[in-house]
Each structure stands twice: as C-alpha cells, then as structure tokens.
Design a protein around this ligand. Structure first.
Ligand SMILES: Nc1ncnc2c1ncn2[C@@H]1O[C@H](COP(=O)(O)OP(=O)(O)OP(=O)(O)O)[C@@H](O)[C@H]1O
Ligand SMILES: [Mg+2]
Length: 226
C-alpha cells in the first residue's frame, strides 16, 4: 500500500557535454506523503531545478520512475504531460510567468477556465485566492503595474486555482529583496497549509527551508536529510 502523493525511484539524469557524461541525478529516491511540506536545498548547479522540472514533466529523465497519483510521469508524451500538470500540479518559479496582457485576476482564473471551469466559478475562486495572498486591491492590475513581490503572490494564487495535489516551487522568492521575500514566503506557507496542500520547495534560503516538515539536501545526485 503506497499512499504517497509522489514516489520517485532510481531517478537518473545525465547530460553529455563536450563529449563528457555529466551525472546530475544518480539513482535518486524521494517519497512525499500527502499534506507534508518538503524543502530541497543544495549548492548552485547541483540539480535542484533539474529534479523539479523532471517531476513536473518539463524535462526528460535518463532513467527511473516517478509516480504522481495516477500518473507515471517518466515517458509521458507532450499532451499527457500538459494534462498531468494542469490536473495534478501547481507550479511556482523564480520568475512569475504571468501573462502580461491579462490582469492579476485573469491570470489566476485562466488555468481553471481553460480546464473547463465555468467563468463565474473560476473568477470566484481566483478572487478568493487573491484575497488569501492579500492582493484583492491589485486584481485589475496588469503584471507591469505590480511589484515583484505582488507578481509572485499572484503566481502563488494561480498555482492553487486548480486545487492541485502537489505544489512545486523553485526559488519562489529568488528575485525578491529580504522583506518581500519574507512576505511571499509566509503567504506561500499559509495558503499551502490552509488548503492542506503538499509542497516541494527548492530554495537557497535556509530560513525558508527550515519552515518545512522535512528538509532534504541534494548532494552528488541524491537526497540526504539536512
Ligand atoms: N542542457 C544541459 N546540458 C548540459 N548540462 C546541463 C544542461 N542543463 C543543465 N545542466 C547542468 O546541470 C546542472 C544542474 O543544473 P540545475 O539548473 O538543475 O541546478 P540548480 O541546483 O537548480 O542550480 P541553482 O541553485 O543555481 O538554480 C548544472 O551543472 C548545469 O550546468
Ligand atoms: Mg535552479
């Protein structure tokens, strides 16, 4: 019986560079239980983003298995991979990836609307998520009319609009000054906890890493407890 939201087994990632084989992930295992928050730290270039991108189906693995709910992520074709992300994942990156021609409210509601939610319902959900990240007053602002911290908060709200089973965040505060970073960090944790979500967070920020239930460090292609 396996109740994990995510089970990664024997994950491998190699790159060939100038005729050399570079091993980034080496038989990596990871199991994440529902409702837990997990952080992954590690030196720059150790493979944290590569790991998260492979879990998200955005990058291919060289070997191994990833079970995420009903999905076998390794080997999904492009369409199934997009369906997996839409149905199962919430993603937050260092860069917000908000659509510049849409308001904060539209950006947050769109992933739900595009998955078939009725417009009114998607808007209601988006409004309530924007309120949770303290952005009601910026609902009708375009990304260019928002601060860096506000854009990241909108990205956090957007990541939750489809009620994902798993939220993946890669340096969500990486572009922010310390004060804004703390605001985004606290809001991220508060919405994740409020909705009982499972979170995998990649961060350089030890403070932030120490706020998760479980902290891992990526070292020589594998995860060690930190
Ligand atoms: N397409 C590629 N070809 C060759 N090497 C690559 C390729 N993509 C990434 N790498 C290498 O893989 C390693 C891991 O990169 P990754 O972006 O996952 O690191 P990271 O831990 O997220 O670093 P940071 O903390 O700086 O974001 C790096 O050494 C990088 O140079
Ligand atoms: Mg990275």
């Amino acid at each position: 019986m396996n109740d994990a939201v995510l089970k990664v087994s024997g994950l491998e990632k190699h790159f060939s560079s100038a005729g050399e084989r570079l091993t980034i992930l080496d038989q990596l295992d990871l199991e994440v239980l529902p409702g837990t928050t997990v952080s992954i730290t590690g030196e720059s270039g150790c493979g944290k983003s590569t790991l998260l991108n492979i879990i998200a189906g955005l990058e291919s693995a060289s070997g191994g298995r990833i079970e995420a709910g009903p999905y076998q992520v390794v080997g999904l074709d492009e369409d199934d991979s997009a369906e997996y992300r839409g149905a199962f994942l919430g993603l937050v990156f260092q860069f917000h990836y908000l659509l510049k021609d849409f308001t904060a409210l539209e950006n947050v509601m769109l992933p739900a609307y595009m998955r078939g939610m009725k417009k009114r319902e998607a808007l209601d959900r988006a409004r309530s998520l924007l309120a949770e990240v303290k952005l009601e007053h910026r609902s009708h602002h375009f990304p260019s009319q928002m601060s860096g911290g506000e854009r990241q908060r909108a990205a956090v709200a957007r990541s939750l609009v489809n009620s994902p089973s798993l939220v993946l965040a890669d340096e969500p505060t990486g572009n922010l000054d310390p004060a804004n970073s703390a605001v985004v960090r606290d809001l991220l944790f508060s919405v994740v906890k409020k909705h009982g979500k499972t979170l995998i967070l990649v961060t350089h920020d030890r403070n932030m890493a120490s706020m998760t239930d479980i902290s891992w460090r990526l070292e020589k292609g594998r995860l060690v407890r930190s």
